[in-house]
Design a protein around this ligand. Structure first.
Ligand SMILES: Nc1ncnc2c1ncn2[C@@H]1O[C@H](COP(=O)(O)OP(=O)(O)OP(=O)(O)O)[C@@H](O)[C@H]1O
Ligand SMILES: [Mg+2]
Length: 486
């Protein structure tokens, strides 16, 4: 395999050359963009390893030229922590992967191992796109809009890399679905995808939850326990709601990202980590940094490859295909007769503003299915659900059930937005009635209150926890207990 190393720093260049030559590769070097371009035709490398900042230009230029004309040549980009934002650009422009400086030999080796295996499996890629064109499915992602198509393109590229991904987007917009798809398309797909709800990791057990413990490590440790890092070994660790991490948890993560090894609590063995980290947040991480909730140094380590998922209202072209997808799922789950949407229904759905995003659409489809009798799901049924539905219109209805005024603050009537959709005032959320009768089980009331609260806040668990005055962990526990899809 012929490798061209393009790097203006002489020391780094020499080290790279020596290291790669030692592994049996045929290596040439270039110190400038001009030299590199000349080497493309003279040396005809299989792989370009290029710095992004070159004295006479941009490594991205070389990347484009190296892969021009459908050439099978791959480019790996080198970048410093300061210029990480260009990493995502490089991946979009078709880089095979990128490496962060300072370079670690193991990282370099791993990338070349994958290059030698010909990890870019064009057949798999082609199959995926074919399926997407035919059925609107790309891994776990369903959609038809340009935005979703772009998302799928990024997801498939990022799946090749091992670098940390941070997915932001409103609650219910599909962050977890994107994470699942990245994992499913990555070389780690045969290993576990382990999700951690960062807000729910109990403070006094942080270490044990992450790293596990040996039997007898502390009082109550009567069995050996394997932690998240071990379960996710060679797989992917999904840090859900990363801005909810406790300060303690953040410190642990920083440390392990640096040392890449850990020990079980009470154990001596140094275990090396091999996980790909994908984190997600429905809050703006920069705001969380400003409020000192999230450490900046941790953010930079996790946010190497950022992905933002648009809210559903900004990609209405996804609505019909998603609605049909959920209708199929509901039909299967309910085991009932097949129904389809009338054209008017689909238009009505596409026009809705979906503050709860795809999750809300899923719930609405489920209700519409249950409330319809015939073969067709009519607009009137959907209209009724949407107008009685909190998130579309947030009507300032007065609570009819007792004791929910305690959990909610009645705002003034929601102001009308210019497009006619009433918007949710920042300060509060219109209360949604839940009906409570003497004789109802407490458990059932609790479940319904939780469901309604989550609906009212568009599925945002942190806000729901605030409204219900319980901890985020309690919300997670209850969701699990009631088997509510969160
Ligand atoms: N593009 C999509 N294709 C198929 N299903 C989707 C898509 N986006 C979201 N969903 C479905 O919508 C629901 C919410 O999606 P998901 O859990 O990924 O949202 P999220 O952004 O992680 O939300 P939260 O911030 O509340 O955790 C799930 O049932 C998921 O399967
Ligand atoms: Mg999620």
């Amino acid at each position: 395999m012929k490798v061209l190393v393009v790097e203006d720093d002489a020391e780094t260049r020499d080290i790279l050359q020596a290291f790669l030559a030692d592994t049996g590769l045929d290596v040439r070097t270039a110190a400038t963009l001009a030299e590199a371009k000349a080497a493309l035709s003279a040396f005809d490398p299989d792989v370009c390893l290029t710095d992004l900042k070159l004295p006479d230009g941009d490594g991205l230029d070389l990347l484009r030229e190296a892969g021009a004309g459908g050439s099978a040549r791959e480019t790996v980009v080198l970048t410093g922590h300061g210029s990480i934002d260009t990493a995502i650009e490089a991946m979009k422009a078709g880089a095979f992967d990128f490496l962060l400086k300072p370079l670690r030999p193991s990282q370099l080796e791993a990338v070349f191992d994958r290059l030698k295996m010909g990890a870019r499996d064009t057949n798999v890629d082609e199959d995926l796109w074919k399926t997407f064109r035919e059925s609107g499915r790309f891994g776990a992602i369903v959609g038809a809009s340009t935005a979703t198509q772009e998302l799928c393109a990024i997801v498939s590229r990022l799946a090749r890399s091992d670098a940390p991904v941070m997915i932001t987007g409103e609650s219910g917009s599909g962050k977890e679905v994107a994470a699942q798809t990245i994992h499913a398309l990555s070389r780690r797909r045969h290993k576990a995808l382990v999700a951690i709800n960062c807000g729910a990791v109990s403070a006094n057990l942080v270490e044990s939850e992450l790293f596990g413990h040996e039997r007898g490590a502390f009082t109550g440790a009567d069995k050996r326990r394997v932690g998240y890092f071990e379960v996710a070994r060679e797989g992917t660790l999904f840090l859900d709601e990363v801005t909810e991490m406790s300060a303690e948890l953040q410190i642990r993560f920083l440390r392990i990202l640096e040392t890449r090894t850990f020990r079980r609590v009470g154990g001596n063995e140094e275990i090396s980590t091999d996980v790909r980290i994908i984190s997600s947040s429905n809050r703006d991480p920069l705001e969380a940094i400003e409020k000192k909730v999230l450490r900046e140094d941790l953010y930079y380590r996790l946010n190497v490859l950022p992905i933002h998922i648009l809210p559903l209202r900004e990609r209405p072209d996804d609505v019909p295909i998603l609605a049909k997808h959920f209708l199929d799922l509901v039909t299967q789950a309910e085991g009932g007769s097949r129904r389809r949407f009338s054209a008017g229904t689909l238009d009505r759905l596409a026009a809705h503003s979906w503050p709860g995003n795809v999750r809300e659409l899923r719930n609405v489809v489920h209700r519409a299915y249950v409330l319809s009798d015939g073969v067709s799901i009519e607009e009137a049924v959907v209209q009724k659900i949407l107008s009685g539905h909190p998130s579309g219109s947030f009507p300032a209805v007065q609570p009819t059930g007792p004791s929910i005024e305690e959990a909610t603050v009645a705002p003034p009537a929601a102001p009308e937005a210019s497009d006619g959709d009433p918007v949710l005032p920042e300060s509060g959320i219109a209360p949604l009635p839940i009906e409570v009768r003497v004789g109802d089980s407490l458990r059932d009331v609790e479940r319904r209150l939780l469901e309604r609260t989550l609906e009212a806040v568009g599925g945002n668990k942190r806000k729901a926890a605030e409204m219900l005055r319980v901890s985020l962990k309690t919300i997670y526990n209850k969701l699990k207990e009631f088997q509510i899809e969160g």
